[in-house]
Ligand binder design. Sequence first.
Ligand SMILES: Cc1cc2nc3c(=O)[nH]c(=O)nc-3n(C[C@H](O)[C@H](O)[C@H](O)COP(=O)(O)OP(=O)(O)OC[C@H]3O[C@@H](n4cnc5c(N)ncnc54)[C@H](O)[C@@H]3O)c2cc1C
Ligand SMILES: *[C@@H]1O[C@H](CO)[C@@H](O)[C@H](O)[C@H]1NC(C)=O
Ligand SMILES: *[C@@H]1O[C@H](CO)[C@@H](O)[C@H](O)[C@H]1NC(C)=O
Ligand SMILES: CC(=O)N[C@H]1CO[C@H](CO)[C@@H](O)[C@@H]1O
Ligand SMILES: CC(=O)N[C@H]1CO[C@H](CO)[C@@H](O)[C@@H]1O
Length: 501
Amino acid sequence: MAGNKNVNIVIVGSGIAGIAAAHRLTTSGFNNVHILEATERSGGRVKTGRLGDKIIEIGANWIHGPSEENPVFFLARHYGLLDPEALTPENQAYDLGGETPWVTNIFSSSGRKLSEKDIYPALEMFTMLLNESSEFQNQLGEPYTSVGDFIRSEVRQRCVEKWKDIDSANRSLQLCVISGMLKRECCVNGSHSLDEVGLGAFGQYKTFPGLDCTFPGGYEGLIANLMSELPDDIVRYNRPVRSVFWSNTEKQSSVIVECEDGERMNADHVIVTVPLGYLKRHHTRLFRPPLPLHKLHSIQRLGFGTNNKIFVEFDEPWWDADCDVIQLVWEDEDALVDQVSDVKSSWIKKLFGFTVLKPTERYGNLLCGWIAGHESEYMETLPEEEVTHAVTQLVRRFTGNPSITPRRILRSQWFQDPWTNGSYSYLATGCSQQDLENMIEPLPPSASKARPLQVLFAGEATHLYYFSTVHGALLTGWREADRLITHYTSTNPSKRRMSKL
Ligand SMILES: Cc1cc2nc3c(=O)[nH]c(=O)nc-3n(C[C@H](O)[C@H](O)[C@H](O)COP(=O)(O)OP(=O)(O)OC[C@H]3O[C@@H](n4cnc5c(N)ncnc54)[C@H](O)[C@@H]3O)c2cc1C
Ligand SMILES: *[C@@H]1O[C@H](CO)[C@@H](O)[C@H](O)[C@H]1NC(C)=O
Ligand SMILES: *[C@@H]1O[C@H](CO)[C@@H](O)[C@H](O)[C@H]1NC(C)=O
Ligand SMILES: CC(=O)N[C@H]1CO[C@H](CO)[C@@H](O)[C@@H]1O
Ligand SMILES: CC(=O)N[C@H]1CO[C@H](CO)[C@@H](O)[C@@H]1O
């Protein structure tokens, strides 16, 4: 019995995927499992921080689709980490279906406050087009080169007829509103521009029902609870892995893992969970011999962009008490743009708006601004005072109130993080489900018969439908653990009996 369960498994990366894999393996009796983590902490892109005494999320914020089948919801409930409201059947049954229940305050660059009614034509059109963007999935031939191209072309065509009774100033305003929505969608997809998001694969991403909820005590509570159930010292921190030596022959089945400082260790199996952004930059060094071409090409083709947050705290709110989202409309953007022409001088225009942290009793007057793309990457390089200055000018301009001054700010910098190099993955133009399947495929590739399962792949960018999410990442960790568990139970009948006990 000890034989199989002593198999030596090394997991690279202590984000939710690596932790989930370790959790499942150790609870299934594998007791020679180790995680090598580059940084001094576990959690990866689940990262809770503080702004003063307020708990904020530098990385993941929501449980997307918190309902029975969502494993993150399941665990968060199990560990008692959620507000009672999130547990209600109504909350779990909530199906977005294109409509959001959020109350939106809209401000324009001339300092006007607009109502949702004022911009209804744009809202309606954009919602419809976003919905239609998912209909091209698996169609042969795409009539447009990208989601951005599709939405832009259709808006230009449809507005002629649909908005024929709207005067030209109002029509121009509606187009400006759509530019803002394109920028928001860049944040959702973590892409620089929707021109880089593939139309054919847009419907690939799937959701669970449930109205998105947050962790009142911080998302890292989930990590802490999972970690407390792992053996002590299972994670070795500050151990960046430089190379994984696998073998393309069936003879040698052991893998060698080499750390940045040259330390080498043997493993029967390695589960690699590093972010796609890291893989894009370091695959040559990380895999010896190099990855098979189909896998390499998928790593290159899949999108991995930047989405950052800028938390801003104020003494007084300048938004309505019931407001959930603040939307900014630049009145010079009727050309349907989701990128700025000069990043250095106008990067702040890419910030589509703010979400209001709720409930107010917990967070005070705290906003989270959202900014994606190269503008966001540029923002990361600026000193904090410059970011504060830009945000202050922005708020003053859009409110028409020249005396509003933020109390303090804090921004995330995911592109500069050398172990992530961006935020999360998306299906770029030219991508299909096959690329995700290639990401998942273990080494050596399936072509070889008695496959020794040397290197396995988990992480957010290896889920067919739930890529870019925490629950997606978690499921991939379990998936790869199960692959090994099955491998041992099915090749050793006595083992199978044991595991049923
Ligand atoms: C700003 C932002 C907002 C988000 N919002 C949400 C949200 O609201 N809801 C949601 O569901 N998801 C959200 N996500 C996505 C979610 O955070 C990720 O999909 C998920 O956390 C990824 O988990 P992972 O284990 O795949 O990768 P990671 O968490 O990135 O873990 C990978 C680990 O590998 C380590 N590593 C990298 N290279 C090496 C190396 N060479 N050697 C050793 N270790 C290495 C890293 O340090 C890291 O700890 C957000 C992400 C960001 C950035
Ligand atoms: C989205 O489109 C589908 C048809 O493709 C339709 O059934 C559905 O009602 C639409 N949803 C919204 C919110 O418009
Ligand atoms: C623009 O026109 C629409 C449709 O007639 C109307 O509902 C909306 O209030 C108008 N917006 C502005 C700002 O005038
Ligand atoms: C911090 C860092 O190394 N960022 C890099 C992320 O990747 C891009 C290319 O994909 C580099 O240009 C950045 O320097
Ligand atoms: C390719 C990709 O990630 N597309 C997603 C962008 O975000 C929307 C949600 O608004 C998803 O439906 C898409 O699938």
